[in-house]
Design a protein around this ligand. Structure first.
Ligand code: AHG
Ligand code: MN
Ligand code: MN
Length: 334
C-alpha cells in the first residue's frame, strides 16, 4: 500500500521563519510580533464564532472616544490585541481605535522595536447580524531608542514609514492577510488544528467591475464623486454594486475581485469617516503591495502623515486606474 502523501501546508510560523532568512540582521522580533497578532486573531475568531452563545453580542452601553457605542466584541478584541502584544518584548506602544491615547507596554515588560496601530474589531454594526467583520493592524518601527518608553512621535507616523500591515477577516472562514515589502499573502485558519496555513500566496488585484460605496450618502458627496459613480452604471458593461459596511470585507473583496471602494468626504464630514492610522493606512499599504492604489480623494494616501492618532480621512482604494480616475474627477469638481 502506497505511503499516504503527507500534505503539510505552509503554516504562518514557517512562512515567517522562511522570510526571516532574507533579513540576516533580523532579531526575530517581527516574527514574534506576527505570532502575537495571529494569537489575538485566533482568540477573537473563537469568540466571534460563538458570540451569540456567550452573551457577547450587543453594546456595553458606553461610548468610545469617537462617541460610538462600543460593542462587547469591540472591547474583547481590544483586550485580546493588547494582551497578545504587550509581553512579547517586540512592541513598545499600541494605538487602538478603542483607546483614547497611545498605550505604552507595561514597564514590567521589555519595550521593543515596533509600534502597532489597530482597529480591533472593524464593522461593529454588523456583529449582531452575523455579517463578516474583521480586525486591521499596521506596524511601524519606533523612532525612539529601544528599551526606553515610547513617545507620541512614535505613533503619529507617515504612511511611507509602514513596515508591514494586514487584517484578519472573520467570515465564512478566518483569514489573516499580511502585506510586507515582499508582497501580500493570505493565511486561512484551520480551526481543527488552530493553525494559519498559506492559502493565498502573492495576491495581486485583478481587473474587475465592482464598485463599493454607501450610496445613502450620495447627496453629500462632491459632484465629481457623484458623476464618477453614476458613470460606472452607464459603462458598456455596467458595474455591480457591493457594500457590506465592514471596511475590511469590502476592501478584501476589492483585493480579490478588483474594482473600487470609496468612502468619500461628505458635506457633513469633510475629513471623511475612516481613521487614517489604523484603517486607511494599513489597507492602502496592502492594496499598493498588491498592485493597486489608494488616495484620500486628492492625493496618494501613503504620502500623508498622521497629526493625531485618531485623524480621519476619505478613502478611494482599489484598481489603480479607477482610483486615479475617481480622484481626478473628485479634484476637478472641487
Ligand atoms: P468600525 O466598526 O471599526 O467603527 O468601522 C466601521 C466603518 C467601516 O468598517 C465601514 O466601512 C464604515 O464604517 C461603514 O460606514 P457607513 O455605515 O457610513 O457606510
Ligand atoms: Mn473600523
Ligand atoms: Mn472598530
Amino acid at each position: 500500500m502506497a505511503t499516504p502523501q503527507f500534505e503539510e501546508g505552509t503554516t504562518l510560523d514557517r512562512f515567517l521563519m522562511d522570510t526571516m532568512r532574507d533579513y540576516p540582521h533580523a532579531t526575530g522580533q517581527f516574527v514574534n510580533l506576527m505570532q502575537s497578532i495571529s494569537l489575538a486573531g485566533k482568540l477573537i475568531a473563537a469568540r466571534v464564532n460563538r458570540a451569540g452563545l456567550l452573551g457577547m453580542l450587543g453594546a456595553v452601553g458606553s461610548t468610545n472616544v469617537h462617541g460610538e457605542y462600543v460593542q462587547r466584541l469591540d472591547l474583547y478584541a481590544n483586550e485580546a490585541f493588547k494582551h497578545a502584544l504587550e509581553h512579547g518584548g517586540h512592541t513598545c506602544m499600541i494605538v487602538s481605535e478603542e483607546e483614547g491615547g497611545p498605550v505604552l507596554v507595561p514597564s514590567r515588560y521589555r519595550s521593543g522595536e515596533y509600534v502597532v496601530t489597530f482597529d480591533p474589531l472593524d464593522g461593529s454594526s454588523n456583529i449582531d447580524c452575523n455579517i463578516t467583520i474583521g480586525s486591521i493592524f499596521c506596524i511601524f518601527r519606533r523612532l525612539t531608542p529601544e528599551g526606553e518608553p515610547a513617545e507620541l512621535r512614535d505613533a503619529c507616523r507617515a504612511g511611507d514609514e509602514i513596515v508591514a500591515s494586514g487584517y484578519l477577516i472573520f467570515g465564512s472562514g478566518t483569514l489573516l492577510v499580511l502585506a510586507t515589502e515582499a508582497g501580500v499573502f493570505g493565511f486561512t485558519l484551520d480551526p481543527t488544528v488552530g493553525e494559519f496555513f498559506l492559502s493565498h500566496p502573492n495576491l495581486k488585484i485583478p481587473k474587475g467591475s465592482t464598485y463599493s460605496v454607501n450610496e445613502g450618502h450620495a447627496r453629500r458627496w462632491s459632484s465629481g464623486v457623484a458623476s464618477y459613480v453614476e458613470a460606472l452604471k452607464e459603462r458598456s458593461e455596467p458595474w455591480k454594486a457591493r457594500y457590506v459596511g465592514s471596511l475590511v470585507a469590502d476592501v478584501h473583496r476589492t483585493l480579490l475581485k478588483g474594482g473600487i471602494f470609496l468612502y468619500p468626504a461628505t458635506t457633513d464630514a469633510p475629513q471623511g469617516k475612516l481613521r487614517l492610522l489604523y484603517e486607511a493606512f494599513p489597507l492602502a499599504y496592502v492594496i499598493e503591495r498588491a498592485g493597486g492604489a489608494a488616495t484620500d480623494g486628492e492625493r496618494r494616501l501613503l504620502d500623508r502623515s498622521a497629526g493625531d492618532i485618531h485623524d480621519r480621512t476619505p478613502l478611494f482604494i482599489g484598481d489603480a486606474d479607477e482610483v486615479a480616475r475617481a480622484t481626478r474627477e473628485n479634484t476637478a469638481a472641487s
